[in-house]
Design a protein. Structure first.
Length: 191
């Protein structure tokens, strides 16, 4: 399927890997694909998102907040329970970092070296991008198709982040189709 991806779409996928790695995430998720698209500022999809008020830095902050909520760890209730038996988590962290260096407790939880795999949801979004390209009778997959694939599955993290920012999938879809109708799918713009 990747042979059908235009240069900017391929670059967006590579950017997604870099985003996942930079955030210390072990897999490429749909929100990393969204960041990867935004990292291609000249792409059709990035232009559409900017036109809808979405900027890469804001989206990166949203992804960090999402990852923090999903990160396994101790809750405040856990910390209180441990404190009741004489264990202070802040003191444990300080002691470990003093002995083993800053971030020692976080090591091993981040992104692996080398290839970072896609989650099933990210794979589905890329498959949906192919379906969107076919439905539009395009012989390539561009960032615009990737964006359409991301918003098509409202359960994925990328779609949820966009919805939380007030962008209904139908609004995004209409903006992409409007841009394509205005010549946004010309090879000079997407290749």
């Amino acid at each position: 399927m990747f042979e059908r991806f235009c240069r900017r779409a391929r670059s967006a996928v590579v950017n997604a890997q870099w985003e996942a790695r930079g955030l210390g995430h072990p897999r490429i998720e749909t929100h990393h694909l969204l960041l990867g698209i935004l990292d291609e500022p000249e792409s059709v999809a990035a232009g559409v998102l900017r036109g809808l008020g979405i900027e890469a830095d804001d989206m990166r902050d949203d992804v960090r907040r999402l990852a923090k909520r999903e990160q396994p760890g101790f809750t405040d209730a856990d910390a209180d329970a441990l404190r009741s038996v004489g264990i202070d988590l802040d003191e444990v962290r300080r002691s470990v970092e003093e002995t083993f260096g800053p971030g020692a407790l976080d090591r091993g939880r981040g992104a692996p070296a080398g290839h970072i795999p896609f989650t099933p949801g990210a794979k589905k979004a890329l498959e949906l991008a192919l379906r969107e390209a076919i439905a539009l009778r395009h012989n390539y997959i561009g960032t615009e198709h990737m964006l359409l694939g991301l918003v098509r599955d409202g359960r994925c993290s990328a779609a949820k982040i966009l919805t939380a920012r007030g962008l209904d999938p139908d609004i995004v879809r209409a903006a992409v189709l409007r841009e394509l109708a205005n010549g946004g799918d010309e090879p000079r713009r997407t290749a």
